[in-house]
Design a protein around this ligand. Structure first.
Ligand SMILES: Cc1ncc(C[n+]2csc(CCOP(=O)(O)OP(=O)(O)O)c2C)c(N)n1
Ligand SMILES: [Mg+2]
Length: 475
């Protein structure tokens, strides 16, 4: 700081006699441009076009700071300086002892198109064709059916674990619909709908949950920890938010290779309490990485409510704190989410910048099958969100208003989906488990000796205690 001030003073000392009254002009220019920047800093979506007439307050190039002419306004007129030319841009001085308040007077607004009755509240959304809208709806219904039946299968002891997306179907499907297959996805664990949208079949989901020999993870992951190279969907790692820095790194790599794509990562409100989230956000901002940081703020991190998680106005304000363009959307409005993610993708790629989306929603199911959420939250609260705010019903109402969907189509779809999911489970259950030896393949070219030793011990244990292992458990 002292260095910058003394450097500025020296330059000014040499230049002031040459510039005379011009120096006053420079100062008022800077002050005007500061207030202009503040007024125009929000990015808006109007008439389906993204409008971001927004020079940033922050100057990117440090060298701007030491350009001689920029120093003039700091120390002119033989009086007190009115602005400080500091790395990052001009800073106005003030004699007001004003602490920034901990929050704004009004909470950040939430972008929403469809109200609870599926009625559009404005025409400010991306137009979608009947075909796309119906495909989105059938995918949301598929996800719902898969959740219901897989959950029951866990309760019957047929699979060991499951995670539902109940209440977050719109987030899953509408965001996926706004992306392209070549946009890599870094999921937390409550976004299987993105993979479903990309073509992962019900059979593949079932194979993974049963960990059978057709499971593309070879039975080496917990159920519901899907991943698929083919679908550009990185494998779920349920260490929350550990995937966020990976997504930023991948986005930076896309940028370096000049690939016309962005990466996307999903994480929960709880995930934002990790160091990984903050480090990733800052890296994304500084590297100008084309990444969409999608936060599903569903009110709960297992039994921890958001009031015990943070005191900021949700997550959206944190984006701005790190210099990342951000928006808050209604997580139960498929049209709103689709529009916001499409716009975010366009900005991320064309402007090479990160965008943060906070979707307000509610985890209407238990955290996982290992949880009973009625132990820590009122049943009426769950019911209100599950029924009155159901994103699938809301979207269906809109489809019906468009005459794109009917009661008959609904009955037919639901009957067919139930059959398909049950069939996938029955098939997956019959398929034998992968060979135990697979547990140590695919990592090393040449197996290290300690793994050889563990392999031998495991084989002996299975031989000694055959009853503790399934009959078709082959080595
Ligand atoms: C780094 C880390 N810390 C703690 C956990 C234990 N844990 C598993 S899920 C979870 C809650 C995450 O909540 P949130 O990010 O809001 O996602 P949600 O489950 O609500 O979708 C926690 C704390 C974990 N898996 N990883
Ligand atoms: Mg949560």
């Amino acid at each position: 700081m002292a260095f910058y001030s003394s450097k500025s003073r020296n330059i000014m000392h040499h230049l002031r006699p040459k510039l005379g009254p011009l120096s006053i002009f420079y100062q008022s220019y800077w002050i005007d441009s500061l207030s202009h920047h503040r007024a125009s800093q929000s990015a808006t979506i109007k008439n389906n076009a993204v409008s971001c007439n927004r020079p940033t307050l922050f100057t990117f190039w440090r060298s701007e700071h030491i350009k001689a002419e920029n120093q003039l306004d700091c120390w002119q007129n033989f009086g007190e300086p009115r602005v400080l030319n500091f790395p990052g841009g001009m800073v106005k001085f003030t004699s007001e002892l004003d602490f920034l308040p901990e929050s704004r007077e009004e909470r950040i607004h939430c972008y929403r198109i469809l109200d609870e009755n599926g009625q559009p509240t404005s025409s400010n959304f991306a137009q979608i064709t009947e075909e796309l809208a119906v495909t989105m709806y059938t995918n949301m219904a598929t996800l719902q059916t898969m959740d219901t039946i897989f959950y029951e299968a866990q309760r019957q002891g047929r699979i060991s674990f499951y995670v539902t997306t109940i209440g977050e179907e719109a987030i899953n499907i509408a965001s996926a619909a706004a992306l392209q297959l070549h946009d890599p996805v870094f999921p937390q664990y409550r976004e299987p709908g993105v993979l479903l949208w990309r073509g992962f079949t019900l059979q593949e989901f079932a194979n993974q949950c049963f960990g059978n020999k057709n499971d593309n993870c070879k039975g080496r992951q917990m159920p519901a920890h899907y991943g698929s190279d083919k679908h550009n969907y990185f494998t779920v790692a349920s260490t929350v938010a550990s995937q966020v820095p990976h997504a930023v790194g991948a986005a930076y790599s896309l940028k370096m290779d000049r690939i016309n794509a962005c990466s996307i990562t999903y994480f929960g409100d709880g995930g934002t309490s990790t160091g990984d989230f903050h480090a990733a956000l800052n890296f994304a901002a500084v590297l100008e990485a084309p990444v969409i940081l999608f936060c599903r703020n569903n009110g709960w991190a297992i039994s921890t409510p958001i009031e015990d998680q943070f005191r900021s106005d949700g997550i959206v304000v944190r984006g701005q704190a790190y210099g990342v363009r951000s928006i808050r959307v209604d997580g139960n409005d498929a049209l709103g989410i689709y529009t916001a993610v499409r716009a975010a993708r366009q900005m991320a790629i064309s402007e090479q910048r990160p965008v943060l989306i906070e979707a307000l929603t509610y985890r209407a199911g238990h955290h996982t099958t290992s949880d009973d959420s009625t132990r820590y939250r009122p049943a009426e609260e769950i019911e209100w969100w599950r029924v009155a705010q159901d994103p699938v019903v809301r979207f269906r109402k809109w489809l019906e208003k468009q005459s794109w969907w009917s009661a008959e189509a609904e009955t037919e779809l639901r009957t067919s989906l139930r059959k398909q999911v049950l069939h996938a489970i029955q098939v997956a259950e019959q398929v034998e488990k992968p060979p135990v030896g697979d547990i140590i393949t695919d990592v090393y070219d040449t197996l290290p000796s300690n793994l050889h030793e563990q392999e031998r011990t495991l084989a002996q244990t299975i031989k000694r205690h055959p009853k503790d292992y399934p009959p078709n458990f082959s080595y």
